[in-house]
Write a new protein. Structure first.
Length: 187
């Protein structure tokens, strides 16, 4: 078993969201810090992104933010933590993947969905075996799981791929699911 030391969190960067989403992000950040897991995230100081990072940092956790230069103003880099500035989104996503042992997907928009689907696609192609959990408390990701069931039922993805689709409702459950699924990729 590979030890999980860093967890990449994908999430929204909007402040115009239900405060319950911000609260969930903060609780996840604190739980990662409590367990000594480094948070790897998109580097922003806004929305769920900023909430997760601030909570982890304020709880004494290690945080690495990775931000493309063109988003510095829009996502307002959170400068209280270690961060790396990169030139483009592709570099950001690759670096976040490389720095993480596992992934948690909080509620978010198109960017969050795109990042999560890419990691699932890479797993489906056998490029990695890093575990991923989707975390919400209100069924935010339920339509995504319905779509995945539809894709599996249609024969586009094997039934066994369901094991990669973990849906949790509490931060501790999501982290436990990652730890339970951690494996070493033999490439």
């Amino acid at each position: 078993m590979k030890k999980i030391r860093s967890v990449c969190v994908y999430c929204g960067a909007s402040n115009a969201v239900d405060p319950a989403f911000i609260d969930l992000a903060e609780r996840l950040g604190r739980e990662l810090a409590r367990l000594g897991l480094r948070l790897v995230y998109g580097g922003g100081g806004v929305g769920l992104m900023g909430a997760t990072a601030r909570a982890a940092h304020e709880a004494g956790g290690s945080v690495l933010g990775i931000m493309p230069r063109f988003l510095l103003q829009k996502e307002q880099i959170y400068t209280d933590v270690e961060h790396r500035i990169v030139e483009d989104m592709h570099t950001r996503k690759q670096m976040m993947f490389d720095e993480a042992d596992a992934f948690i997907v909080l509620p978010g928009g198109i960017g969050t969905l795109e990042e999560a689907v890419e990691i699932l696609s890479w797993a489906r192609l056998g490029l990695h075996a890093k575990p991923m959990a989707f975390l919400d408390e209100d069924g935010f990701w339920a339509p995504f799981f319905e779509l995945m069931d539809h894709i599996i039922k249609g024969g586009f993805v094997p039934e066994g791929f369901r094991d990669a689709l973990v849906h949790c409702h509490k931060p501790g459950e999501a982290i436990s699911a990652l730890l339970d699924r951690a494996v070493v990729l033999d490439m």
